[in-house]
Design a binder for this molecule. Structure first.
Ligand SMILES: O=c1ccn([C@@H]2O[C@H](COP(=O)(O)O)[C@@H](O)[C@H]2O)c(=O)[nH]1
Length: 281
C-alpha cells in the first residue's frame, strides 16, 4: 500500500486524531482572495499568489493540525496557479500539517475515478491527505473514491450541511424517509465509519453557522469540518452549542479571519494561538 508518506499508510482517522492531540483542532484555510493579496501588498499575478500562499503556509502549517487550501483561488490563475497549489500541498505536509484540499468534487462514478487519480493517489503532485467531495450526484457515486482514499490512508469530507445561507433550502429538504437531505448524508457517512477507532476516515462538512439541533451527529464516528468560523460570523460559543462541549473530531476552519492578520508571520502565528486558546477555554 502506498500511503501519503510513501510507505505503508496509517488510516486517516488515526493520523488526524494524533495530529489534533498534539496541535489542537484548528484548520487553517489558505484562500488567496484578490482582496487579501492586495492587503498584503501583492499583485494579483501568479507570482503574487505564490508569495502569498507559501508565506501563509510557512507561518501557519507548523502550528495547526490541518491546512486547507481552497483550490478555486489557485485554479483562477490557470496552470501557474495549479503549480503553486502543488507546492502548497508539499510544503504544508513537510511542515507537519495534514492537507485537506477543498475541491468539493462530485460526479458520475467514472469521472470520480479521474478526480481520485488527481487528488487521492500518491502518484499525483496534488495528492492530499483528504479532500472535500459533494454527494449531490448521489452518495453511491462517491463510494469508490472513498474506498480508494482509505486504501491509501487518506480521507474525504462529504458536504452535508454547508455554512452558506442559501444551503438550507436544499440540504434541509425532507426525503421520503422523513430525514433531511443533510441528515441522510450524515447517516450514510456514519455507516462507513461504524466500528472504526479512534475515528473513521470519512468526515462530513457541517458549517459552524448551522443552527444547533438541525442534525444528529451522535453516530458519526468521524471528523467534522466546520467552516464559517470567524469571517462568516460563527463563534466558539456557536461551535460548542452545535457540536457539544468536547468538540471531538471537529475541525473549526478559518481562512480570511486568520489571513487578514498577515503578511507578518508573527501576527499570523499569534492568530492561531489566539483561536487555540479560545477553543481551550
Ligand atoms: O460549508 C462550507 C464548505 C466550505 N467552505 C469553504 O471554507 C472556507 C471558508 O473561508 P472563510 O474565509 O473562513 O469564510 C472557504 O474556502 C469556503 O469555500 C465554507 O465556507 N463553507
Amino acid at each position: 500500500m502506498s500511503g501519503p508518506t510513501g510507505g505503508s499508510a496509517a488510516p486517516f482517522g488515526r493520523r488526524l486524531t494524533e495530529k489534533i492531540a498534539v496541535r489542537g483542532p484548528l484548520c487553517a484555510g489558505i484562500d488567496p482572495h484578490p482582496g487579501l493579496l492586495d492587503a498584503w501588498g501583492l499583485d494579483a499575478t501568479a507570482a503574487g499568489l505564490e508569495k502569498f500562499a507559501l508565506s501563509a503556509v510557512e507561518a501557519l502549517a507548523p502550528e495547526v493540525a490541518v491546512v486547507k487550501p481552497q483550490s478555486a483561488f489557485f485554479e483562477a490563475f490557470g496552470a501557474p496557479g495549479i503549480a503553486v497549489l502543488e507546492r502548497v500541498v508539499t510544503e504544508a505536509r513537510l511542515a507537519g500539517a495534514l492537507v485537506l484540499l477543498d475541491v468539493k468534487r462530485g460526479d458520475i462514478g467514472s469521472t470520480m475515478g479521474a478526480y481520485t487519480a488527481a487528488y487521492l493517489n500518491g502518484h499525483s503532485a496534488l495528492a492530499a491527505d483528504a479532500v472535500t467531495v459533494s454527494p449531490y450526484l448521489g452518495f453511491g457515486a462517491l463510494v469508490p473514491a472513498i474506498e480508494a482514499a482509505r486504501a491509501e490512508g487518506r480521507g474525504v469530507f462529504v458536504l452535508a450541511r454547508t455554512s452558506n445561507p442559501e444551503a438550507g433550502e436544499l440540504q434541509n429538504a425532507l426525503l421520503r424517509n422523513g430525514k433531511t437531505v443533510a441528515q441522510s448524508i450524515v447517516d450514510q457517512v456514519a455507516a462507513l465509519n461504524a466500528g472504526a477507532a479512534p475515528l473513521g476516515d470519512v468526515g462530513v462538512v457541517v458549517g459552524a453557522t448551522v443552527a444547533p439541533g438541525e442534525l444528529d451527529l451522535s453516530a458519526l464516528n468521524g471528523p467534522v469540518l466546520a467552516p464559517g468560523f470567524g469571517a462568516q460570523g460563527a463563534t466558539v460559543g456557536d461551535l460548542r452549542a452545535l457540536f457539544g462541549a468536547g468538540l471531538r473530531g471537529v475541525l473549526p476552519a478559518s481562512s480570511r479571519d486568520l489571513l487578514r492578520r498577515g503578511p507578518d508571520p508573527a501576527a499570523l502565528r499569534a492568530g492561531v494561538r489566539e483561536v487555540r486558546q479560545s477553543l481551550d477555554e
